[in-house]
Design a protein around this ligand. Structure first.
Ligand SMILES: [Zn+2]
Length: 402
């Protein structure tokens, strides 16, 4: 569809990864390159009106892939799954300091509707885009390659005035439709929290949905293993972190997830989470970048692209957030330059932070963020540029403070 970008953020199964995870980097955003060119913008919903949501109550029967406490085919089963979806959304809307949560904004999410249509989500040909944001448990897709539990398709406008269904974009990067598809071929199965213990070979449906909803709202994968946006699923029969509660609906999230959401949907009345750390990651020897300097559009690479810069609370040791280094724009109409700039936004004030930096050379690879290019550039854009490959070949050194 013209003017619409698409992504396939995946959720591969890689349970062994957890034993070796080093914990690094941080929230990463999905970016949209405006049709007019210039600086990439984060991909996100408008919160001026409520986000329309629905789910398809069509469930695989043979083989059964969704296990619940309630018996298959009953209204109680539908209620149980709907409750799991609602709770998963609450993990994100429960984050303070965002317009998804702020009382001065309209309800961020419209009531969760349902449909009996089996293939209610966008299909592989994009031919059934509706502008509805739908969750499907029984729609087949060629994107269910081995290891993929679920994925989210996000369709975002590249300019104001683009329409999908009943939604017309008011800015480039505005999400017009986001659909979550959960694998339905029986290669893997899922269980609601109540049914997980009695189905130990099933994946925790709540965890899978919370992760996919991070993509739904505009986040990419995070290499911080505690973050729900890490690309690795909890092993079957388990879940990470805490279950959500009525008083702490966002308990499953890590601070990195919360910070990423605040960057996308900042509450203008939030006076706490407004700290910014910014700088550049530069090589000690600029000549070490020589192999990266000749990009297709001829621009210069003057800093490290794709380093993980992580802000850690100096008093608690807690990872608060991270971001990938690498680029900046001199103005909204200018293409990015690859100067090693990083910016970690929406950090709580009144704390002391330590930064650490590391290359994407561990379990989390450039492929986990769409190959590392992050939709920052296009050679056919009005302001063409080419993102350099992620630089995973450097050794950070600590410089003492002072
Ligand atoms: Zn994912």
């Amino acid at each position: 569809m013209r003017g619409i970008r698409r992504w396939f953020p995946l959720f591969p199964v890689c349970t062994i990864a957890l034993a070796f995870a080093t914990g690094a980097a941080g929230y990463t955003l999905n970016y949209t390159l405006p049709a007019s060119g210039g600086c990439p913008v984060p991909t996100r919903f408008s919160t001026v009106t409520a986000i329309a949501r629905e789910w398809s109550t069509s469930l695989p029967v043979s083989p059964q892939t969704i296990f619940t406490v309630a018996a298959p085919g009953t209204s109680q089963q539908i209620t149980e799954i709907q409750q799991t979806i609602e709770t998963a959304f609450s993990a994100w809307t429960g984050v303070t300091g965002t317009t998804l949560n702020a009382t001065t904004y309209p309800d961020a999410l419209a009531p969760l509707g349902d449909t009996s249509t089996q293939d209610a989500c966008a299909n592989d040909q994009e031919s059934n885009l509706t502008g509805e944001d739908t969750i499907c448990f029984n729609q087949s897709s060629t994107a269910f390659t081995p290891g993929v539990l679920a994925f989210t398709r996000v369709f975002a406008a590249t300019a104001p005035g683009q329409t999908l269904g009943s939604t017309t974009s008011s800015f480039a990067g505005q999400i017009l439709e986001a659909d979550i598809l959960v694998r339905n071929d029986g290669q893997v199965t899922f269980a609601t929290p109540g049914a997980l213990a009695s189905n130990p070979s099933s994946y925790d449906l709540e965890s899978v949905l919370i992760h996919e909803m991070g993509h739904f709202f505009g986040l990419e994968h995070s290499p911080i293993w505690r973050a729900v946006m890490t690309p690795f699923a909890p092993p079957p029969g388990t879940y990470f972190g805490e279950r959500p509660t009525a008083t702490e609906p966002d308990a499953p999230l890590a601070d990195d997830d919360r910070t990423g959401l605040r960057v996308l949907y900042p509450d203008p009345n939030d006076t706490t989470d407004v700290g910014v750390i910014t700088g550049r990651v530069l090589p000690a020897n600029p000549l070490s970048l020589a192999g990266l300097q000749a990009t297709a559009a001829g621009e210069y690479v003057s800093g490290i692209f794709g380093a993980n810069v992580v802000a850690v609370d100096a008093n608690t040791g807690q990872v608060m957030a991270g971001a990938l280094s690498g680029w900046s724009c001199s103005s909204a109409s200018a293409a990015p330059v690859f100067d090693g700039t990083y910016t970690i936004e929406r950090l709580p004030l009144g704390r002391t932070y330590n930064l650490y930096i590391e290359p994407l050379d561990g379990l989390f690879t450039p492929a986990d963020i769409g190959g590392g290019g992050l939709n920052l550039c296009s050679t056919t854009s009005a302001t063409p540029c080419t993102a350099p490959p992620v630089n995973a070949d450097f050794v950070p050194h600590v410089r003492p403070a002072g």
